[in-house]
Design a protein around this ligand. Sequence first.
Ligand code: AMP
Ligand code: MG
Length: 411
Amino acid sequence: MQLFEKLIDHREAVSLVLENAQRLPVENVPLVNARGLALAEDVRARFDSPPFDNSAVDGYALRSTDATEVGRIFRVVDEAPAGRPAAKSVGQGEAIKIFTGGVIPRGADAVVMVENTSGWGEEFELKKAVLPRNNLRKRGEDVCRGDIILRAGTEIGAPEIALAATQGYGELPVYRRPKVVVLSTGTELVEPGVRDLRPGEIFDSNSLALLAQALDAGADARRLYAASDDARVLRDAMEDALSSADVVVTSGGVSVGEKDLVKGTLRDIGVEQVFWGIKLKPGKPVFFGVREEARFFGLPGNPVSAMVCFELFIRSALMKMMGCEDKRRPRIKVYFDEDVENKFGRMHAMRVHLLKTEKGWRAQSVGAQGSGLVSSLTKADALALIGPESEGVRAGEPVEAVVLREEVLFD
Ligand code: AMP
Ligand code: MG
C-alpha cells in the first residue's frame, strides 16, 4: 500500500493540468459540427454579399425618375421572383413585378412596395413617390470580397454558421474535439436499468455523470464498461481506453485502500504520474498522469468528488484543447451570512445555493457536505472555494465561487 507522498495545492493542480493540455490539431468539420468550438484560422469572404442588387420587398422595380409623382400609371412588362431574374429590362413608364430577393432588372434603380400602388395587375397606379435606391439591397452591402468575416479564436454559434454558409463554406477549420473515454472501476458497480441490485452492489452513476460533463464541455466522449477491482481487468480496460483517447477519465480505486489498483495498473502500463493527491475536499486522491499524447485523470469514486474534480480540473483542460481557454465557468465573489469553519486543512469546495442581495451574492450551504451525497449536487448553484490557508471564512468576507448554474446569475 502506498500513502500520499505530498498533497499539492488546488491551484498548483490546475496549473499542472493546464500545462499538460495542448490545443489539438486543426481539422475542417461540417459547419454545424463546429458549433461551440473556436475557429482556428481567419475566414475571408469569397465574394461580395449579397452577390447582386436585389429587392427588399414585394412590389415593382422601376425608374425612380418616372415615379416622382403620385398618380402615374406604369405598364408591367415582366416579373422577377427570387431565384429567377427577369429577361426584360425596364424602359420609360415600365415596371417589372419583383419579389423579396429578386434580382433588380436592368434599367431599374428603385422598387415601390405593392402596398404603395393600386395592386397587382398588368398596369398599376403609383400611390406614393419613389426615391432612387428605395427598397434596394445593394451588392456587397453585407460583406465585401476579401474581408475577414470571422476571426481566428471566435466561438462558433448560429450567427457564425450563417455567415460562413452565405459564403458557400461547407466546413470550418477548428481545433479537433478531444476524444474522451470514461471508465468507472469497482466490483460493486451495476449498470443502471439492466438488473436489480444484489447485496452490497450499487448502480454506476459516475460514468454516466462524467460522460454528461464531458459532452457538456464539447468533447467527443464515450463510456466504457465498469471494470471490476481486478488487476487484469483494469489493465485491459485502461489499455483499451488509452489507445483510443486523448483524455481518459476513471472513477474509483485511486485512494490508498488495498483494492485501489488504479495507480499500480497505470504505472505498469507506462503512465507517468504528474501528481497524486490534492489539498481539496471533496477530491483528495485525484491522480493525473500522461502517456505520450494521452492524458489520464483518475478521479475518486465518491460521486460528489468525481463530479467536482471534473469541474475544477478536467473541464478547463478540455476547453484548452479545443482552443476555448476563455470559455470557463463564471467565477464570482460571494459571502456567507455567518462564519464558516474549515477544519480540513484542505480547500473546501462547498456546495452552495446563491441568493442575490443588496450586498452581492450570498452563499448558503446546501446542507450536509458528504462526498457520497449525490442529491446535494442537484441542489448546488455553485462551489464556494473556502481556502486551505484560512481556518475558514468570517461572515461577510468575500469568497471565490465557481458558478455551476449560470442561469442563477440572470434575473
Ligand atoms: P473508491 O474511490 O473506489 O474507494 O470508491 C469510493 C466510494 O464511491 C465507494 O462507496 C464506492 O462504492 C463509490 N463509487 C465508486 N465508483 C462509483 C460509481 N461509478 N458510481 C457510484 N458510486 C461509486
Ligand atoms: Mg472502489
